[in-house]
Write a protein that binds this ligand. Sequence first.
Ligand SMILES: *Cc1c(COP(=O)(O)O)cnc(C)c1O
Length: 434
Amino acid sequence: MRYYSTNKKSPSATLQEAVTKGLAPDRGLYMPERIGRMPDVFFNDMQDMSFQEISFEVAKSFFGDDIDDGALKEMVYDTLAFDCPIVEVGGGIWSLELFHGPTLAFKDVGARFMARMLSRFTGEGKVNVLVATSGDTGSAVANGFLGVENVNVYVLYPKNKVSRIQESQFATLGRNITAVEVDGTFDDCQALVKDAFADGELNRRMTLTSANSINVARLLPQAFYYFHAYAQMKRRGMADNIVICVPSGNFGNLTAGLFAQRMGLPVKRFIAANNANDVFLEYLNTGKYSPRPSIQTIANAMDVGAPSNFARILELYQYDHDRITTDISGASYTDVQIKEAIAECYKQHKYILDPHGACAWRALRENLHDGETGIFLETAHPAKFKETVESVINTSVEIPQRLAAFMEGKKQSTPMTNKFDDFKQFLIRSNQPR
Ligand SMILES: *Cc1c(COP(=O)(O)O)cnc(C)c1O
């Protein structure tokens, strides 16, 4: 399968090129040339299939031309070493819990899959993944790539500006993961990474790549759990009139759901739930897209003012605003409303939401019609936002064992200034053959 750029000013790419480059040379996002419909027999049989079996069939539809079945199956089965169960919350609403992976957030699925695909495509040569993080992305990428052969990961993060829980998830790992603690801001971290990608000498000496969420190898596997969710509802005889609500920031997760629908998954409609960063809702309401700087909220993984996957959604619908608003509606909530949702859901159903899932639960509560069944994507475990959640429900949130284990690990970060030359010399030194 070939991948074309949403800007249409670069030649199309192979899967290998799209995955190793990430962004197209014209700065567009790669899109698969075809989105194949899954066969009827798949939909008939899926309720008796495991998460891994379902995902392998979906993966073949995306990647089957480019990767042989044996290798692809291994990638899928390795990635999905944990489940994404559907849990009934109450009032016709179900939670698709995507936080059972190593870093307790849905990004584990895409990051683990991408790590395995990148390792395959780089073969014998070493590749260096650079990632700047303000918290969550760094942990998912670091854990996704931990122990993966031929890949070194450098996680750059701002000193004293990420929570101790977050830092422990990428700075205690060691092995092929190097945490770089930058004396500066998140923007400084991002600038160091950008300068490294643009530096001729560094690129001659070593292979550098990014692992950000625009990569097709992170995006497409996120379709797996939409099919799995549907299969679980089918098993319960609840698969009619399904509405799926996705807490959204860069809109990768929602885009993967729209791909699943295009592959034949019978979802009636989608709702995109936002925090106060509501440029997408504004687009749905007015047809005008006005990206702007993000606002800080308590659902901070959705603090995005210019969602990167917007270009993919436009492309998927051939820029047809009417068709987009037929399939997708939106909602946006302030921090106060997010806290109200956490409190109300706990009071009524004893289900503890995280601030991101809370936006989505509230959007379903307010927008579900008679006869519809709502599923929201619970994108993170509430313990990752322990203080916020506990202050609202007045009950302590238990920290899962695997999160507690990170916090017991020893921090092993490399201190770094925010000057590019220092970072460059460090990269060169650490890539010297021993
Ligand atoms: C990244 C993230 C989101 C937003 O996902 P997008 O694919 O960027 O829309 C939502 N919730 C949590 C917990 C996240 O980490």
